[in-house]
Design a protein around this ligand. Structure first.
Ligand SMILES: NC(=O)c1ccc[n+]([C@@H]2O[C@H](COP(=O)([O-])OP(=O)(O)OC[C@H]3O[C@@H](n4cnc5c(N)ncnc54)[C@H](OP(=O)(O)O)[C@@H]3O)[C@@H](O)[C@H]2O)c1
Ligand SMILES: *[C@@H]1O[C@H](CO)[C@@H](O)[C@H](O)[C@H]1NC(C)=O
Length: 325
């Protein structure tokens, strides 16, 4: 009898200790998750944006004649910045300028356009052209937005040499050389913000098959930004990589926005709120939500689904080109 009651007592003591441990861990997890969630709400919706004119009076935007870059130009003008618009098509640059002036008034927003086709010129030629064109201008914000995607899903050995080279020139070359053109002025003034537009393909998924070159160029953009951010913080220059997931633009071949796919206008409203903060961020809230959901799915499952989906896209493209019967 005595032996039995002794063992019950031990047993209940152990249970008590275990229960306390589990409860403590439970509370810790609960508090860290709640804290994370509140921080997310704060940064996503409540945190006051930086005073963007504080960086300087001009903002330079590459790929500003369509999509995200065009919307960003409007939003930066609405914050009181003068604009330097870079594009490859003089006509579209003129149309974009006229639309911005119609909305904000010629007297409120100065606009300078620079025609550059990043598939046609590269390297130091870009750097020198930028330096020449912005001489004497107080460029506070640089948005490296221009980007190119492969024409449909393809195996790497099927990507044409030209398609490969253009992608590297536009996605990696433009970001690097335009930045080199703008940095010296920012260093002199000891202030500036650089925003590089990356892509979810290099951050929120474990791989991006059949678009490997595109995803890899965007991985360069992300790492480049994070490293520069550390290098130049001490000189008052905030460098950041912003990660969009799908946005309804001509590049994504999506015309209508939806819950998970914002319009470029919706996207850029979120984008400007993040300028000058974290070195890597996902500015749009439903994109951030998708990232969170993707994180919860095992990599192998995401890989499997992506490969299947992109293989089916490839078939569609080939069928269109009559290369598959
Ligand atoms: N849309 C998405 O779902 C998505 C997702 C992730 C990341 N991104 C990134 O977001 C950025 C903007 O993409 P978007 O969707 O807004 O694309 P978009 O609608 O196709 O606009 C691209 C802009 O870049 C210009 N451009 C293209 N090639 C150029 C060249 N060789 N030289 C000079 N300018 C050139 C275009 O000029 P034209 O007007 O003359 O065509 C246009 O102004 C890109 O870096 C892209 O990788 C987009
Ligand atoms: C933002 O900064 C500029 C330049 O430093 C200053 O003139 C302006 O008053 C500031 N705006 C606000 C709302 O603080």
């Amino acid at each position: 009898m005595a032996a039995i009651s002794e063992s019950t007592k031990n047993y209940s003591q152990e249970t008590l200790v275990l229960a306390i441990c589990i409860t403590t861990v439970g509370f810790l997890v609960f508090f860290t998750q709640t804290f994370k969630f509140l921080k997310w709400v704060w940064t996503m919706f409540l945190r006051p944006p930086k005073n963007l004119t504080h960086y300087g009076s001009w903002a330079l935007i590459t790929g500003s004649t369509d999509g995200i870059g065009k919307s960003l130009s409007f939003d930066l003008a609405s914050k009181g910045l003068d604009l330097i618009l870079i594009g490859r098509n003089p006509q579209k640059l003129q149309t974009t300028s006229n639309e911005i002036w119609a909305k904000f008034g010629k007297e409120n927003t100065k606009i300078k356009v620079i025609v550059i086709d990043f598939e046609k010129i590269s390297g130091e030629e870009i750097e020198n052209k930028i330096k020449e064109e912005i001489e004497g201008l107080d460029v506070g914000i640089l948005v490296n937005n221009v980007g190119l995607s492969t024409n449909g899903a393809r195996f790497f050995h099927e990507v044409g040499l030209e398609g490969f080279g253009n992608l590297v020139d536009v996605n990696i070359g433009s970001v690097s050389w335009v930045t080199r053109g703008v940095l010296p002025g920012m260093l002199q003034r000891r202030k500036g913000a650089i925003v590089n537009i990356g892509s979810g393909s290099s951050i929120v998924v474990p791989s991006y098959p059949l678009y490997s070159v595109y995803a890899a160029t965007k991985a360069y953009v992300a790492m480049f930004s994070r490293s520069l951010s550390l290098e130049y913080k001490q000189f008052g220059i905030d460098v950041q990589c912003q990660i969009p997931l799908l946005v309804a633009t001509k590049m994504a071949s999506i015309k209508r926005s939806s819950f998970f796919v914002p319009s470029p206008d919706q996207y850029s409203k979120a984008s400007v709120r993040w300028i000058g903060y974290e070195s890597l961020c996902v500015p749009y809230w439903t994109h951030s939500l998708q990232w969170c959901l993707l994180n919860a799915i095992p990599d192998s499952l995401v890989n499997w689904a992506l490969l299947r989906y992109f293989l089916s896209l490839r078939k569609k493209v080939l069928r269109k080109e009559n290369k598959l019967v």
